[in-house]
Design a binder for this molecule. Structure first.
Ligand code: MRU
Length: 369
């Protein structure tokens, strides 16, 4: 996507510098666009754990590079494959909910498993990391192409009036390398000249909507308005929302979907107001081993400080954190919730649109591009 005149992605890899990968430090946005160089699996682990890089598809792609960087940095290790197996578990442990992370790491393990010499392992892992990243970019592009049809239909039904989409958290290009998941159909609609407007949930506690989604949409020139997380239901009751589109961190074979905390409440409000609730995701976000999202999807608990403190800039553009609640306040901070399949109108995937049902998801997984 373009930032000013610059074409940018949230992960950059230059084969001329094979020992490093560059990422956008998402914690600095929207105040500062900072590109950071990572050159070891440990740095990749910390970047994911501390949410310098966040969003399900992009953390999968970055973890794939993390595996490769470990091999690159240990080219003479006599026990490289064994050590890579440990690094795999270490990287997967950085964030438990998004399945893309484990999916990408397991793919790297399949790549090196049959190989015997370190040079071939390093070369094959580099190719896999680059191919995985490019595949995710293409998947996002396809999500946009499939999803835009739903926006076009809504526009037709409204006689060409502006279509209002509500989204939660950040499922744009920052979260997916390029294009986005939930935002991919929005960007495609805007590119095609459709009148579109996005209600952006601020997404407490880390405010990915206020800091990242708004920034992305504004860079792309898509009309958007920031709302507090609790405003969505009210806007729906007053006919100001035409559809909800969110991303997914993990979707079960039965269609239950884990996404940023608060997503479930939007789905309930959409159902009460008879509005379509779509989940946009690449196939790498589907966990075919799981059948019951509420019981089986691990929900990450984040530090209390995310709830107790908030950061922002002053009028003189200095960044400060302030405390929001009394000291020593007990906090519970689940980072995701599960929206049951019955509340989801459809899944928008890179392989097409389908119902959030076991039958249609299984058929989708069997389908080739
Ligand atoms: O905790 P985060 O910011 O990584 O959570 C991300 C989300 O919930 C996104 O909506 C999700 O990854 C959707 S896919 C781009």
């Amino acid at each position: 996507m373009k930032v000013g005149e610059q074409e940018l992605r949230s992960i950059l890899f230059d084969p001329a510098h094979p020992g490093e990968v560059q990422v956008i430090d998402q914690r600095e946005l929207p105040w500062r666009l900072e590109v950071v160089t990572l050159s070891s699996a440990e740095e990749v682990y910390l970047a994911i754990r501390d949410m310098m890089v966040r969003g399900a598809p992009v953390i999968g792609a970055l973890a794939s590079f993390g595996m490769y960087l470990y091999a690159f940095n240990h080219s003479t290790d006599l026990h490289l494959k064994e050590n890579l197996d440990h690094i795999a578990e270490y990287l997967i442990s950085s964030r438990p909910t998004a399945v893309n992370l484990a999916y990408a790491v397991r793919r790297q393990q399949e790549v090196y498993a049959p190989l015997t010499d370190n040079d071939s392992i390093i070369r094959a892992m580099r190719e896999e990391a680059v191919a995985f990243m490019e595949h995710e970019v293409e998947a996002s592009r396809r999500i946009g192409e499939h999803g835009v049809k739903l926006i076009e239909e809504a526009a037709r039904a409204k006689g060409g009036e502006t279509v209002n989409v509500l989204t939660h958290c950040n499922a744009g290009w920052l979260a997916t390398i390029d294009h986005g998941t939930a935002l991919a159909p929005v960007y495609e609609a805007h590119r095609r000249g459709l009148a579109i407007h996005v209600w952006v949930d601020e997404t407490r506690p880390r405010n990915q909507g206020a800091r990242l989604t708004l920034w992305e949409l504004q860079q792309a020139g898509v009309p958007c308005t920031l709302i507090v997380d609790n405003a969505g239901g009210h806007l729906m009751q007053h006919g100001l929302v035409d559809m909800v589109i969110v991303g997914s961190d993990r979707t079960t074979l039965t269609g239950d979907t884990a996404n940023k905390i608060g997503t479930y409440l939007k789905a309930l409000a959409a159902r009460d107001n008879r509005l379509p609730f779509y989940v946009a995701l690449p196939v790498s976000s589907i966990d075919p081993a799981l059948h019951d999202g509420l019981r089986e999807i691990p929900i990450e608990e984040r530090p209390a400080a995310e709830v107790l403190e908030i950061g922002g800039i002053t009028a003189s553009r200095e960044y400060h954190k302030v405390r929001l609640a009394p000291e020593e306040t007990p906090v519970k901070n689940p980072a995701f919730d599960v929206t049951p399949a019955r509340l989801i109108t459809a899944l928008i995937t890179d392989r097409g649109i389908c119902k959030a049902s076991r039958k249609e998801i299984a058929a989708l997984l069997e389908r080739k591009h």
